[in-house]
Structures are given as structure tokens and as C-alpha cells.
Ligand binder design. Structure first.
Ligand code: NOJ
Length: 496
């Protein structure tokens, strides 16, 4: 995923290859060889000993579930690649999605049934601010209704974690160049301020941005998401812009949300959701070098910038960004990590240098024994454990803001949850301050360029056949309820 092969533009890959060639020595990514034993996971007592305040819930994003939005993604969905293939592989759109804009009460019921105590949901910038400086008070009122319903949920309140940017931009921002527009961070911070004014009395947990690195890779390296660019130099600048936007938005949230709605002593608890991925070399030193370089760019730029107040992104011969960003320091109350899988890297430097493709390909694990999700992603819970140990060194409390898999049949998800909770528990046992786990996703939804082919929901939806879009529990709901029972959020399950 980091450097997808599709539609690679020679000059871009050349540039990246040059960058990789200049990378420092390989040390790998969260290198700690470990293999989980299935029997050990089976015996493990999930979440034993977590503090009562542990956040247990699920996540969604506004565009992927709401329906009825109009933004840069809506425009992208209507487009095609030069070879005639639609931008969304199954030709679908998010026009209706799960219709959560109208059916959100069903989502709250689903969360109640799970026993969740937190829900990460998005507010859609283009809906609330359809033109620069405008504010849709009716839409804001509906979001308030949702937030109030979460806080009034049974058998206990569900804390909202409100996400402000999740890959979609209002058309008026996109028309000015999206995140390449120098005014975008300020515009986003102004939106954050208004969101804080509108929802701050109901929300303490704020997530400014979702996966800036994925946005850059998909939108500016692979050209698979809007704006459909393949230019690493522009991508690097956009990543810096997004960091800037995060810093300004965090300051705006702190200035505008002064209400400690959950009474825990803080009006705001701010973070962002960072997609992390293990990059393991398949073999020798060149693979290791390339894997290390991918790890640096993908996993480390963001937390390093926030920890140091300095943005450092280096793509030698293409662009080096070295900018003081003092506003970033202190902008995290927590680090959100979205974890799905790993890439095993076989370097293809020669290919890249001759402009024939990206500098590596992703290969199967040596034994070829690892299960994969419906979308082909390796199921590798050890990676979550390794990355948690890696990110612990920054000292922020960590919330797993997403973890999950595409599993249309719903049969693999229970085991997936168990093994990833096991990973979290092992990391906690080694002192990593993991304070929450949010499954992606609550319900099936619009999986970006994969349309409705990737089914991530704890609750599944028959988009084509069920006009009511009923949220139907998959077997993993029971697994999740077992977790909730451990935390005392639901009564213990009946003895078998
Ligand atoms: C992470 C993204 O935040 C979300 O939008 C996406 O659906 C999931 N990954 C699964 O790909």
C-alpha cells in the first residue's frame, strides 16, 4: 500500500528511489521477532487488569456512512482513469452509504448492544461549512442530537470522540488547491474553532485528522484518491501542511472548548489517528534499507514532528522539508494508532532507477502461512504489539483508534479481535500505556476506492438488497460483548 504499483509515474518513482538510496542504515521497524501461539491467544484472559476508564468502542467516518454529502470525493467518484476504469473499483458511490445521516439512531442502538463506552465518529466539514465562512446550523443541530443520544445511551453513556478531517474536503477548499492551498491550515483551524463552539459542551475527545500519511500516499503518490496526483515532492509538502493544520486546529480547540463535559478535569483531550504499518525486509541489506526508509517516512515523520516541534521530511534530490513547527509540541494528549497489517518488502531499486516502477514490491511471508483479509491484507497481530512498543517511547497515552479487517462472511473477525487484544495486552504488560481500543468499523460502509467490496463492520449491511439498510450483527459482536463484560460495561455472558 505504501508505494502501490498501479499507474506509477516513472519520474516519481525515480525520485523516490533516489530518496531511498540516500536513506540511513537499516534497523527495521519495531524490530522484535515474535510469533504469537494460537493456543496462548485462546487461553488468554482478554483485557484483564485494565483500568475502569479504558476506552472500548468502535469507529466510523462521516463520509463513509452518512450519505448525502457533496465534496471532493463525490466528484472523484464520478471520474475514470484514462483506461476507462472507474475511480471506485465497483463503480459505486457514497451517495447513500449506510444512510447514517438519517438512520443514526440505529448506530447508537448498535453501540449500546456492544456495550461500547466510546464512539469515534466524524463531522463532515463540507456539510457544516458548505461555503467559506458559512455554517449550516441545521446540520450542526443534527450532529448535536447524535452526540446527546450517545451521552444518554444505555446502560451507560458513550463518550464521543469527534473526528474533524477524514480524507474529504469541501469543494471550496479543493478548488483552491486542497491541502496545497497555503490558507488550508487556517481554514481548517477556523472550522475546528466553530466545531468546538458548536459541540464542545458535549465533546472532550477530539481527533483532528485521520491518517495524514495514507491521504498523502493515496492522493499524491498513488493517484488513487483525490486529487489523483503522482508527485512525491507535492506529497511531502502536503504532509507538512497537514501537520501544520493539526497544530493550528489543536490550538483552536483548546481556545474554544472550555467545557469539561465528562468531569475528568480536562475540557479537551486531543490527538490524531496515525496509520501505522510494519515494514519487514524479505531478505538482505538492500531490502532492509528500503524497509527502513518506508518506515521512516510512513510511521515516524508525524510523531517525530509532534515530539520535537520540527517537521523533517527528506526525499533527497526531490525535496527536503525542515521546518520549525513549535505549535506542534504539546498538541497531543494522546496518540491514536490505526493498525491493520504489515508489508514484507522485496526491494526493486534497479526497476525504480530505470523508471519502470516503484522501489519495492510487497511479497507474502516466507511460510506463506498467514491468513489474509478479503482485501488481501496479511493478518499480523504481532505487528500491533511491535508497533505499540515502538511508539511507547514517545510517552503519550496510546489509543488504538482503528483496527479491523474486511471479512464479508464475518467468520474471521472474532479471532482477529482476540489476537489483536492479545497484542495490546502483551504490550500493556510491558508498560505501554494503551488506554483504548476502537474497532474499525461499527457498520459496513463505503471503503473509498474499493466501494462496498471491503466489509469491515461489526454489523453488516445488505446495501443492494435491503432498502432499510438494517444493521445486522456479525459473530464478532459477541466477542466484543465479552470485552465489554470484562470492563463491567455489560453483565457477564452466561456460563457455557
Ligand atoms: C483506515 C481509514 O481511516 C478508514 O477510512 C478505512 O475505511 C479503513 N482504514 C479500512 O481501510
Amino acid at each position: 500500500m505504501f508505494l502501490p504499483a498501479r499507474r506509477a509515474k516513472a519520474s516519481a518513482w525515480l525520485a523516490l528511489a533516489a530518496a531511498l538510496a540516500g536513506a540511513p542504515g537499516a534497523v527495521g521497524c519495531g524490530k522484535k521477532p515474535v510469533t504469537f501461539e494460537p493456543a496462548e491467544i485462546e487461553r488468554h484472559s482478554m483485557l484483564a487488569g485494565v483500568s475502569p476508564g479504558f476506552l472500548l468502542g468502535a469507529a466510523t467516518s462521516a463520509y463513509q456512512i452518512e450519505g448525502g454529502n457533496q465534496n471532493d470525493w463525490t466528484d472523484w467518484e464520478a471520474g475514470h482513469y484514462p483506461d476507462g476504469q472507474p475511480h471506485v473499483s465497483d463503480g459505486s458511490t457514497a451517495a447513500r452509504a449506510a444512510d447514517s445521516w438519517n438512520r443514526w439512531r440505529q448506530d447508537v442502538v448498535a453501540l449500546e448492544d456492544l456495550g461500547a463506552n466510546v464512539y469515534r465518529l466524524g463531522v463532515e466539514w463540507s456539510r457544516l461549512e458548505p461555503a467559506e465562512g458559512a455554517w449550516d446550523a441545521v446540520a450542526a443541530a443534527r450532529y448535536r442530537e447524535m452526540l446527546m443520544a450517545l451521552l444518554a445511551a444505555r446502560p451507560h453513556p458513550i463518550r464521543p470522540m469527534l473526528n474533524l478531517y477524514h480524507f474529504t474536503l469541501p469543494r471550496w477548499v479543493a478548488a483552491r488547491g486542497g491541502w496545497e492551498w497555503s490558507g488550508a491550515p487556517q481554514a481548517f483551524a477556523a472550522f475546528a474553532a466553530r466545531a468546538a463552539d458548536a459541540f464542545g459542551d458535549l465533546v472532550d475527545l477530539w481527533c483532528t485528522l485521520n491518517e495524514p500519511n495514507v491521504y498523502v500516499v493515496k492522493g499524491y503518490l498513488a493517484g488513487q484518491w483525490p486529487p489523483g496526483v503522482r508527485d512525491p515532492a507535492r506529497g511531502a509538502r502536503v504532509l507538512a501542511r497537514l501537520l501544520d493544520a493539526h497544530g493550528l486546529a489543536a490550538a483552536a480547540l483548546r481556545a474554544h472548548d472550555r467545557v469539561d463535559s465528562d468531569g475528568d478535569g480536562a475540557a479537551t483531550r486531543i490527538g490524531l489517528a496515525h496509520n501505522v504499518r510494519v515494514f519487514d525486509p524479505e531478505g538482505g541489506p538492500v531490502d532492509a534499507l528500503v524497509a527502513r526508509s518506508a518506515d521512516d517516512f510512513y510511521n515516524r515523520v508525524i510523531p517525530e514532528a509532534v515530539a520535537t516541534g520540527h517537521v523533517h521530511i527528506s526525499l533527497p534530490t526531490v525535496v527536503t522539508i525542515d521546518e520549525a513547527a513549535p505549535g506542534l509540541r504539546g498538541s497531543f494528549d494522546w496518540l491514536g494508532i490505526n493498525y491493520y497489517t504489515r508489508d514484507i518488502i522485496r526491494s526493486r531499486i534497479a526497476r525504480a532507477l530505470t523508471g519502470r516502477g516503484p522501489p519495492y514490491e510487497v511479497v507474502a511471508d516466507a511460510a506463506g502461512s498467514r491468513a489474509r483479509s478479503d482485501m488481501g491484507w496479511e493478518i499480523y497481530p504481532e505487528g500491533l504489539y511491535r508497533l505499540l512498543l515502538t511508539f511507547a517511547r514517545y510517552g503519550w497515552p496510546i489509543i488504538v483508534t482503528e483496527s479491523g479487517l474486511a471479512d464479508r462472511a464475518g467468520t474471521v473477525r472474532p479471532g482477529y479481535i482476540r489476537s489483536h487484544i492479545y497484542a495490546i495486552d502483551r504490550a500493556r504488560a510491558e508498560g505501554v500505556p494503551v488506554v483504548g481500543y476502537l474497532h474499525w468499523s461499527l457498520i459496513d460502509n463505503f471503503e473509498w476506492s474499493r466501494g462496498y467490496t471491503g466489509r469491515f463492520g461489526l454489523y453488516t449491511i445488505d446495501f443492494a438488497g435491503d432498502p432499510e439498510l438494517t444493521r445486522r450483527p456479525t459473530p464478532a459482536v459477541k466477542t466484543f460483548q465479552e470485552l465489554a463484560a470484562v470492563l463491567g460495561l455489560l453483565p457477564p455472558p452466561p456460563a457455557p
